[in-house]
Structure formats: C-alpha cells, structure tokens
Design a protein around this ligand. Sequence first.
Ligand SMILES: [Zn+2]
Length: 253
Amino acid sequence: MIENIIISFIVLLYGLVIGSFLNVCIYRIPIGKSVVGGRSYCPHCDTLIPWYLNIPVFSYLFLRGRCKNCRGLISPVYPAVELLNGILYLIVWFTYGLSLESAFLAMLLSVLIVVSFIDWQKRVISNKLVVFLLGLSVLHGVYQSVYFGAAWYTWVIGFFAASVPLFFLSLFFPDGLGGEDIKLMAAAGLFMGPPVLLALFLGSLYAGLTALLLITVKKGSLKSEIPFGPFLSLGIFTAMIFGGQIFLFAVPV
Ligand SMILES: [Zn+2]
C-alpha cells in the first residue's frame, strides 16, 4: 500500500518533469529550434529563468502565474501540459504497471501531447514528430512480437487500417481533413495495430460532438475550424487504455 503510494508519487513527478520538456518541444519545434540545450527565458522580458523557478507546476503556483522580474503573465498552458502529462503517466501505470509496455505507451502519449498542442496553436502536425512516432512504433512492434508473439502483419494492417479510409474521406472533404491527420493515424496504427480503427471512431466522435457543441453554444458554423489532431490523440488514448476488452485484435498485454 505505502509502496504503491510512493511509486505513484514518483511516477507523477517523473511525468511532470517530462511535461516540462514537452513545453520546450511545443514552443521550439514549430519555430525550428533545437529541443535540446538552451535555457528558458521569459517571453516578455527575456530574463533567464533560474532552475529553482523552473520547477514543473509548483513554480507557476508559487509565482501565481507571473514572471518574477517583469510580472508578465505566464501562460497557464505550461502547468496544464505538465499536469496532463503527469496524470497520463499515472493512468498508464495504473493500467499497465511498471513494464516496458508502460514506457512505450508513456512515450506515445507524450508525443501526442506535443502533436495536439502544436496542432491546436499552429494548425500543423510536425513531420519530425510523425517520423519519431513511426520509429517508436517500429520498436514497439519488435518488442510486442519478440515478447508476446504478435504477428508482424498486425502492425502493417494497423498502418493502413485508419489511414486508407481517412485518405478516401479526404478526397470528399478536402477542407476538413488534412494529409497531416492521415499521417498521424498511419503512425498510430503502426503502434497499436487494428484497434486504431477504434481510435479513429472515438476521435471522430469527440470532434463531432465538440463541433456540435460549438455550433449550439457559440452559434459557429460547420466551417469554423477545429483542429482534428487533438481529438484523434484523445481517441488513441482512450482506445489504448480502455479498448483492450472491446477489440478482438487488442494489443496483448
Ligand atoms: Zn519577465
């Protein structure tokens, strides 16, 4: 019991620290800056942020969301990303325990956070991130095949399962669906196999419900743009965590 509480705490802290790095990725990848090296600066006054004021979530709360030097507002997106990553790591740990599968899944979800926030802010899914996801998926496939005897073609089916239908849909709805969403679902399919279809279904459902909500509440139109990436990511997450029992071809755990 005590042991589990301590591990939960460590997993959460680890998730927060990685979340802090994800913020660096979300900020730097769209402007083509390296994500390794370099220090953090206040975006308002360019003051170097010392390490003790760069502690995930806590520094934000301690400084009440303002820069210590210029009192400029710090975006609440930073602590939100850190907290989100920490909570997701906890959920992964509760679901898959301390295993290599958990490590793979945690990495997948962290990349999806970066993908989602960049897509939300800049309306673009970085090719670098898609390539990273493809690499991670290949390693995950090798691990699953060696340790659980999963057939290699599971991943090939996954690669095409959601991306091909999305491609044909994009021919009919060129405005709503981008090549970016197709790439994302191909990479996710390579990671999770055929359950990626469940991820696509759930992601579309979330996006559809949100669009409907926006139309009713803000009287927006169907044309009002919502990025598909975050919803697809949420679909992938739900399918990975809760989809095991639903799908025949579920990833063995
Ligand atoms: Zn400042």
